[in-house]
Design a protein around this ligand. Sequence first.
Ligand SMILES: Cc1cc2nc3c(=O)[nH]c(=O)nc-3n(C[C@H](O)[C@H](O)[C@H](O)COP(=O)(O)OP(=O)(O)OC[C@H]3O[C@@H](n4cnc5c(N)ncnc54)[C@H](O)[C@@H]3O)c2cc1C
Length: 429
Amino acid sequence: MENKTHLKTDLVIIGAGMAGLAGAVFAANRGINTILVGGAGAFEYASGLLDLWGLTHPDNGYCKDPWQDLAQIQASRHFHPFSKICPSTIETAFGELTDVLGQNGLAYAGLPRENSQIITAFGTAKPTFRYPVTMAHNVTAFRDKNPTLLLDFNGLREFRARFVQQVLSSTWQNIRIAAIDFPQMSGRSELVTPLMAQAMETEQVQDKFAAAVRPQLKGEQFIGVPAILGINTADKIRKRLEGLLGVNLFEIPTSPISVPGIRLKESFKKALEDTCVTRLPDQRVLLASQNPGKDFVLETHTHSGIRAARIQAGTCLLATGRFLSKGLISDRKGITEPLFNLRVDQPTDREHWHAASYFDPKGHAVNLAGITTDERFRPLGRKNLPAHEKLYAAGSILAGQDWMRTRSGAGLSIATAFSAIEQIALGRT
Ligand SMILES: Cc1cc2nc3c(=O)[nH]c(=O)nc-3n(C[C@H](O)[C@H](O)[C@H](O)COP(=O)(O)OP(=O)(O)OC[C@H]3O[C@@H](n4cnc5c(N)ncnc54)[C@H](O)[C@@H]3O)c2cc1C
């Protein structure tokens, strides 16, 4: 069957996770005609926090200064992707992205050069670089150990204020908990945070929420709730509720399905509307061909397997993620990259993928496997030369990083996408 649509563009970005979407925003800001292929499904699982680097050193406690470790990575010319990006560029990338998200309804906060600690629904304190502004009082209440009321909602299983209180009891004693019915949902046997957040968008629900909370306050100046303060106007809702209650209100990031993740997805969507980026969110690239000196030609399919488009592009940014996202595929013989058959740097055999202990502080070799690039983020081929003059890669598909262990997920994607797009923009001048 013939392809339905023939499209031609300067840049195609494959994959719409954090790296692909951030890359699309940076491309839009630079006026690069772009097609972004892929949906942003995984965002519903993300916390909404933007980590830069949060590796805990056993002797020093939490990682307060991410730049110290990043400077060491740079100085040692370690093969981590951050070794190819100077710190000021990483700061610029974060600044540019959070400005855009802020202009599209999702303001971020954080200390200029340090990580902050934020309380999660597991009662743990997580170091992060940038957090949604609706979580700002989470950081200060934990830092100063302010008397705080944590709210439970009858019927909500994914958040337990008592659990948070118990886990934190040795370091933060003056937390009190209370349970209330969520307005207009008291008949339901089970609540979920996205529905609560949606309901919170109306002033009627906000007023009823404030009326239910007021009698629970016993002089506390801080109230913590799971992330339910709306989808599109969360910070406005937080401020309005603070006005009604006369306290500081903060959100605690919850496990999936995550409202802050949905907000991030919505904010990216708005940011890319009416720009030079065309999104194909319901499609996947199934075939990609590249010949030296010629344009890339990509075939896309819908999720039901119907051929959708043939895309011709001068430049390509590969942001397809790792195993779960199918950017990398593993089988008994090893790890491969399915679209361009790129070189994947990996342990010599599967026996060396994992350390003997699951909790080995050095992590597992398989998590460092991936695509190695040159200084301009172009994947290297088998002779250590760029596989293609105009093929770039960004995000978690890259080799040499272990984003989960080093708590650098968003930072890795934002900084590498920014660097790749800067190179692509330079190549056009
Ligand atoms: C549960 C969870 C929690 C997280 N929490 C945090 C956190 O607290 N802080 C933080 O900083 N980061 C967090 N992250 C990490 C972060 O959000 C990103 O996942 C990470 O930065 C990697 O992004 P990526 O874009 O490289 O890859 P991915 O997020 O894996 O995105 C790759 C995308 O490419 C698509 N794709 C693959 N192949 C194709 C194809 N052929 N055609 C079209 N599309 C394709 C995939 O469907 C996927 O959507 C979390 C991630 C997860 C999954």
